[in-house]
Design a protein around this ligand. Structure first.
Ligand code: UDX
Length: 433
C-alpha cells in the first residue's frame, strides 16, 4: 500500500521504516529539514537497535522516502500521525500543537477516501474532534495507538503484542478493512486485534502507561518502606511476582521511571480527567508521580550523606544518562536529573553513558562528560549506577576498586551483587535493599 507517516521522531521514523520493511511504499514527512536530510542519507537521528538496517534496506528498495513537503503524501491511502504530544510548557496537559498541525497538513493534500490513522498519544476526545475536520475533506480518521518501547521499537512495531483500531460507527467496516490491509502480515501470525470506538482506543494507551507507571511506583513505595525496616525490595518483588496475577515484570525498584512517555502521559491523563470533571478518578496518578520523583531525590540525598560535610568539590561519577538502557533518550531521565542535581550542589560530577553522551551534552553542556568508563571512574569518591546498561552490570568490583579514590557505590538500579561488591571493599547502597 501507499502510506505516509507524519513526524519522524522516535515513533514516526520507526513506524515509517517498519512499514516499508513489511512491503509498503512509505513517505515519512517532518518539518525538521536536518532530520529529513539525515534519514534520507540512511542515518538514524537517534539510537535504536535494528533501525539502521531497515532504514537502509527501505531506502535502497526505493519504497521508503522522506520529505519536508506535505504535498508528497497526496498518493497515500493511509496517513499515520506519529508526531509528539509533549507536556505543555504552561501546565500538565498535552501540547496538541504538532498533532493539529499534522492533521491540517494532511488534509491540505490528502485524497478523498484516504484514511488518517492517529498513533500519537492524545487526550481522550481528540479523535472525535479531528474526525469532524477530516470528514469535511472526505477523509476518514481512526485511532491506532502505538505501544512501542524504546530499545525494542522495531520489534514492537513489526511484531506487536496487540493491534488496537479505534473507529467510528459511520466508517467502521471501511476503516477496519484498510487497517487490516496495512497490518496483513502481522495479523497472519495471529496477533490479537481489538476493534473499539475512538475514546476506548485513545484511553487504551494512557491506561496502559498509567498502569505501568503505577506498578513501578508501587514497588518504589515498597522500597521506601524496605529502607526503614531492613527488608529487601528485590526479594519482595521476586516473591510477589511469582503470583501470576501480579507478575514480576515492571517491579524493579530503583531511581524511578523517566522517558518521553510515562511521566508526561500520566500528567496529561490527570489533567484531562480534571477537564472531564473526573479528576478524583485518577488522583492517585499524582502520588505515582510524586513517589517517582522522590526516588531521584533519595539517590542525591544518599550520595550527599556519604560525605562528612557538603558534597561540594567532591568527585562523583554518574554512570548512565539515558532514561533506560539501549537508548540515547534523555527526556525526563532520572539519571541525568541526579547528575544535574549533584552538579548544582557543587559536586565535581563526571558522567558517562555508552550512547547518550551527545544528547546529554546538548541539553546540559555544564556537565563533565568522560570519554570512557575508565576515565569516569578515575579518582571517583562516589559512583552512582543510574542506568542499567550491560557494561555497568558487568563491572568487576575488585578491578573497579583500583580505579576510584573512595570505593563507595550507589546502585540506583539494583543491578549489582551487593555481597560481591562489599567483599571487594566497597560501601554498597542499593535501593530498598
Ligand atoms: C513506555 C511503555 O512501556 C510503552 O509501551 C509506551 O509505548 C511508551 O512508554 P518506554 O518509555 O520506551 O515505553 O520505556 P519503558 O521500558 O516502559 O520504561 C520506562 C521507564 O521505567 C524507564 O525509565 C525504566 O528504567 C523504568 N522502569 C521500568 C523501572 O524503573 N522499573 C521497572 O521495573 C521497569
Amino acid at each position: 500500500m501507499q502510506l505516509s507517516v507524519i513526524g519522524c521522531g522516535y515513533l514516526g521514523a520507526v513506524h515509517a521504516a517498519s512499514m516499508a520493511s513489511l512491503g509498503h511504499t512509505v513517505v515519512g514527512i517532518d518539518v525538521d529539514q536536518a532530520k529529513i536530510a539525515k534519514l534520507s542519507a540512511g542515518e538514524t537521528p537517534f539510537y535504536e537497535p535494528g533501525l539502521d538496517e531497515i532504514l537502509r534496506t527501505g531506502l535502497a528498495s526505493g519504497r521508503l522516502t522522506f520529505s519536508t513537503d506535505y504535498a508528497d503524501l497526496a498518493d497515500a491511502e493511509v496517513h499515520f500521525i506519529g508526531v509528539g504530544t509533549p507536556q505543555r510548557r504552561d501546565g500538565q496537559g498535552a501540547d496538541m500543537t504538532y498533532v493539529d498541525a499534522a492533521t491540517a497538513g494532511i488534509l491540505e493534500h490528502a485524497k478523498p477516501g484516504s484514511l488518517i490513522a492517529g498513533k500519537s498519544t492524545v487526550p481522550v476526545g481528540t479523535a472525535a474532534r479531528l474526525t469532524q475536520l477530516a470528514a469535511r475533506e472526505g477523509v476518514r480518521l481512526a485511532w491506532n495507538p502505538e505501544f512501542l518501547r524504546e530499545g525494542f521499537a522495531v520489534k514492537d512495531t513489526v511484531d506487536p503484542d496487540r493491534l488496537v483500531y479505534g473507529v467510528t460507527d459511520a466508517t467502521h467496516d471501511e476503516d477496519v478493512a484498510t487497517l487490516d490491509q496495512v497490518y496483513a502480515s502481522i495479523l497472519e501470525r495471529g496477533t490479537p486485534r481489538l476493534v473499539t470506538n475512538q475514546p476506548t482506543a485513545e484511553l487504551v494507551k494512557v491506561a496502559a502507561n498509567s498502569f505501568l507507571a503505577t506498578k513501578i511506583s508501587f514497588i518504589n513505595a515498597m522500597a521506601e518502606i524496605s529502607e526503614v525496616t531492613g527488608a529487601d525490595v528485590t526479594q519482595l518483588a521476586d516473591a510477589i511476582g511469582h503470583d501470576e496475577r501480579i507478575g514480576r515484570k515492571f517491579l524493579n525498584a530503583g531511581i524511578g521511571f523517566g522517558g518521553g512517555c510515562l511521566p508526561k502521559d500520566i500528567r496529561a491523563f490527570a489533567a484531562r480527567a480534571e477537564e472531564l470533571g473526573k479528576g478524583e478518578s485518577v488522583a492517585f496518578l499524582k502520588q505515582v508521580d510524586e513517589i517517582n520523583l522522590r526516588r531521584r531525590q533519595h539517590v542525591v540525598d544518599r550520595v550527599v550523606d556519604s560525605f562528612d560535610g557538603p558534597v561540594y568539590g567532591h568527585r562523583v561519577t554518574v554512570l548512565g544518562l539515558a532514561f533506560k538502557p539501549d537508548s540515547d533518550d534523555i527526556r525526563d531521565s532520572p539519571a541525568l536529573d541526579v547528575a544535574v542535581q549533584l552538579k548544582g550542589l557543587g559536586a565535581e560530577v563526571v558522567s558517562y553513558d555508552p550512547e547518550a553522551m551527545d544528547t546529554a551534552r546538548n541539553a546540559h553542556p555544564q556537565l563533565n562528560y568522560a570519554a570512557s568508563l575508565d576515565e569516569a571512574l578515575e579518582g571517583s569518591e562516589a559512583v552512582v549506577i543510574a542506568t542499567e546498561w550491560k557494561q555497568f552490570k558487568r563491572l568487576d568490583p575488585a578491578d573497579t576498586a583500583t580505579k576510584v579514590a573512595r570505593p563507595v557505590v550507589f546502585d540506583a538500579r539494583n543491578i549489582l551483587d551487593p555481597t560481591a561488591w562489599r567483599n571487594a571493599g566497597w560501601t554498597y547502597t542499593g535501593m530498598g535493599r
